[in-house]
Design a binder for this molecule. Sequence first.
Ligand SMILES: [Zn+2]
Ligand SMILES: [Zn+2]
Length: 138
Amino acid sequence: MASNNYHGGCLCGKVRFKITGDIRNIIYCHCSECRKAQGSAFATNGVVETGSFLYLAGENELTAYRYTDVQTRFFCKHCGSPILSVNTSKPGVVRIRLGTIDSDITERPSAHIFAASKANWDVICDELPQYDSYEPGR
Ligand SMILES: [Zn+2]
Ligand SMILES: [Zn+2]
């Protein structure tokens, strides 16, 4: 099986990256914090092995926001696109913001989390499992 070769980047184009492995555990997160971070109804994030993620351009154009003691979020300092987060309690992986990927991807989201705190104007219209907090196993 050929490995993936996905490309993505930020809105202004200064930050470019590629992914050469699978995107695992793609989740729609409806928590209030993801809503703030994305400026939208929910975040769609997935897990990529650090070794499968490579910046092609603009790594120095990122700004880091240390969100918690363990989690840091990286976004383009020019256009504000959120790119990924890293978590020191989960070494070896990054959590990528799926909307920044330009390529068609083969993986699909598997669940809605924090569905109990979704925006009251947001309607979930698919058959994926919905969890009130994190999905089982996280
Ligand atoms: Zn940018
Ligand atoms: Zn969230």
